[in-house]
Design a protein. Structure first.
Length: 113
């Protein structure tokens, strides 16, 4: 059974930092590209960025430079480091496999001004 279990998130003031974690089980993690998505309140889910099995990353323009996606294939874990957070980053954040077949449970990030 494939599971993606997220942790991290919470509330922070603007300019602060948070790190999200996504731990995978039940799949050959290193073979999967992975992604982070987010869904702001009242809006559609949107891509934050992706990372290949080898660690190459791509980001949505608005996130590049503030967000960093990384992974540890030994620990079967992906990370999203978010710095210089803005109120507009408030959303529920999801990890997923690159093919969107498997999803984490979501975790709330709230940034106050």
């Amino acid at each position: 059974q494939v599971r993606l279990v997220q942790s991290g998130g919470g509330s922070v003031q603007a300019g602060g930092s948070l790190r999200l974690t996504c731990k995978a089980s039940g799949l050959n993690f290193r073979l999967y590209s992975m992604a982070w998505y987010r869904q702001p309140p009242g809006k559609q889910r949107e891509l934050v960025g992706t990372i290949t099995g080898g660690g190459d990353t791509n980001y949505v323009d608005s996130n590049e430079g503030r967000f960093t996606i990384s992974r540890d294939n030994v620990r079967r874990t992906m990370y999203l480091q978010m710095n210089s957070l803005k109120p507009e980053d408030t959303a529920e954040y999801f990890c997923a496999t690159g093919d969107q077949r498997f999803w984490g449970q979501g975790t709330q990030v709230t940034v106050s001004s």
